[in-house]
Design a protein around this ligand. Structure first.
Ligand code: URA
Length: 198
């Protein structure tokens, strides 16, 4: 393993191809006690440059969908299956996914989200450890053993899919609405919901 400080990976050299191509390691952002944890595939070009997940075009789609349900980035945690940009935006390999898995599981263990939302096929299949038909299964909530516990996972299409297909936009927005409802509904401790009125 590389070096971690809290939820942040400071140094890691496990994936030679990613180490060669990256500008920096892109760690998760958002509250360390967030109710909702979004998991993408891996950093793209904008993320690699800015050091933050989902800050490019996919990020705007995610921001818009969150805003539509009364949330903002500040309310949720956002991370990726791999923290270094795969060259040319190719999919991360199985080996790269597995190299980075410990960091993701540690993040899940420490954040303890009420719900994990997988954004796209790669995170869906990685976290559920089976093949996933994302468009068909979008909105489904399933349990998965992750890190030290069983977690609830909501399957979603990737926000980038909406850029090419309007029907995917609806599928995506419906999944985000469902996620907000579930996370809001689990605020059962009498405290003020940090998720606001979705
Ligand atoms: N796509 C992802 O899967 N993750 C990002 O951080 C950006 C785009």
């Amino acid at each position: 393993m590389g070096t971690m400080e809290g939820l942040r990976v400071l140094e890691c050299e496990r994936c030679p191809a990613l180490v060669d191509g990256r500008s920096q390691i892109v760690n998760g952002t958002g509250p360390e006690d967030a109710d909702l944890l979004f998991v993408g595939e891996g950093p793209g070009e904008s993320e690699d440059r800015q050091g933050e997940p989902f800050v490019g075009r996919s990020g705007s789609v995610l921001d818009d969908a969150l805003r539509d349900v009364g949330l903002s980035r500040a309310d949720v945690r956002i991370t990726n299956c791999v923290r270094c940009r795969p060259p040319g935006n190719r999919d991360p390999t199985k080996e790269e996914l597995n190299n980075c898995r410990g960091y993701l599981e540690r993040e899940i263990d420490l954040v303890e989200p009420d719900l994990i939302v997988t954004l796209g096929k790669v995170p869906g299949e990685h976290l559920l450890d089976r093949s996933v038909a994302v468009t068909k299964e979008a909105g489904d909530v399933v349990d998965a053993r992750l890190g030290g516990a069983s977690r609830r996972v909501l399957i979603s299409v990737h926000p980038a899919a909406t850029l090419y297909d309007r029907s995917q936009a609806e599928t995506f927005e419906d999944a985000i609405r469902r996620a907000a409802e579930i996370a809001g509904a689990t605020e059962g401790d009498g405290g003020q919901s940090s998720l606001g009125d979705y």
